[in-house]
Write a protein that binds this ligand. Structure first.
Ligand code: HEM
Length: 279
């Protein structure tokens, strides 16, 4: 908390050459695009549904698991050490508690990882191994976002889903940060203390734009999954009363009687084939 106070003076001294200013500038348009994704608009309009939030938590789990594992592994790297704040910022544990609240104790068996989320996590693990300085760009994008708009979104989500207190919303709360604004100033001054060559700095800026792009794709992917399952639910209730709805961990697939017979035959055939193979 003392460290947060000290940054008040340094904030006024920032210049255009500061990484924190440059990163904000280069990601400005991407931020607008991220804010205007359907998922983020649902949040802002106070219309976020439980289905949207649960799926978002699944993605955030995969993303923060990769980000925080890579940060932990690289915490002595000169570009990571100054912005390494696990006590104040780490999200993984909070997300896991939220997932348990919504999915129950066996949440690990129930959660889904959509394709765009897998690509984002893969990138995080790759840079953790090959270019740890890029973790700076990703940590900035996620943590400063969570400490900024994320704070408002948490309160909106609580109302939209009619949740009591912080039940299922631990992701949005930072008990180790008394003032998000002061902490963001500290974080920016730490970012500015990282020594990078011109080439490295440009590459970090590019990676920050890419980090926003990954997030946008994650949101669009989630929304697409939800729209598909909603449409299928609607079709199943309006077009075919006998059609059964199969729930595949978050994605809903409608199966007609004919499809179910074909699936049954396929499973039987596979079992017989495996039996012959084993013999
Ligand atoms: C509903 C969606 C969103 C809203 C309403 C929102 C709003 C805001 C606001 C008000 C700020 C504070 C600006 C300041 O303190 O100067 C901010 C900063 C920020 N947001 Fe968002 N945001 C949203 C989504 C996102 C997303 C999806 C990301 C990234 C994945 C993100 C990343 C950031 C970052 C990194 C900052 C810090 C900028 C800086 O000071 O350098 N935001 N946002």
């Amino acid at each position: 908390m003392e460290a947060e106070k000290k940054t008040q003076t340094t904030a006024a001294q920032m210049t255009d050459r500061d990484l924190s200013e440059q990163i904000k500038k280069v990601t400005k348009d991407s931020h607008v695009r991220a804010e205007n994704t359907e998922l983020m608009l649902s949040f802002q309009r106070g219309q976020v549904t439980l289905a949207q939030y649960k799926l978002l938590l699944c993605s955030l789990h995969e993303i923060y698991q990769a980000l925080e594992e890579e940060m932990d592994r690289n915490f002595t790297h000169p570009a990571v050490a100054p912005i390494y704040f696990p006590t104040e910022l780490a999200r993984l544990e909070s997300i896991e508690k939220d997932l348990e609240y919504f999915y129950g104790q066996d949440w690990r068996e129930k959660i889904v990882v959509p394709a765009a989320t897998k690509r984002y996590a893969h990138r995080l693990r790759q840079i953790g191994k090959e270019n740890p300085e890029f973790l700076l760009a990703h940590a900035y994008t996620r943590y400063l976002g969570d400490l900024s708009g994320g704070q408002v979104l948490g309160r909106i989500a609580q109302k939209s889903m009619g949740l009591k207190s912080s039940e299922g919303l631990l992701f949005f709360t930072f008990p180790g940060v008394s003032s998000p604004n002061l902490f963001k100033q500290l974080y920016r001054s730490r970012m500015n203390s990282v020594e990078l060559t011109e080439e490295e700095r440009n590459a970090v800026l590019e990676e920050a734009v890419r980090a926003f792009e990954f997030n946008i794709q994650v949101f669009e992917d989630l929304q697409k999954m939800l729209s598909v399952s909603e449409n299928q639910l609607q079709n199943s209730s309006t077009h075919s009363k006998s059609a059964k709805v199969l729930q595949f961990t978050g994605t809903t697939i409608k199966a007609s009687p004919l499809l179910r017979v074909i699936l049954g035959l396929f499973v039987a055939l596979a079992t017989v084939t495996m039996g012959i193979y084993v013999l």
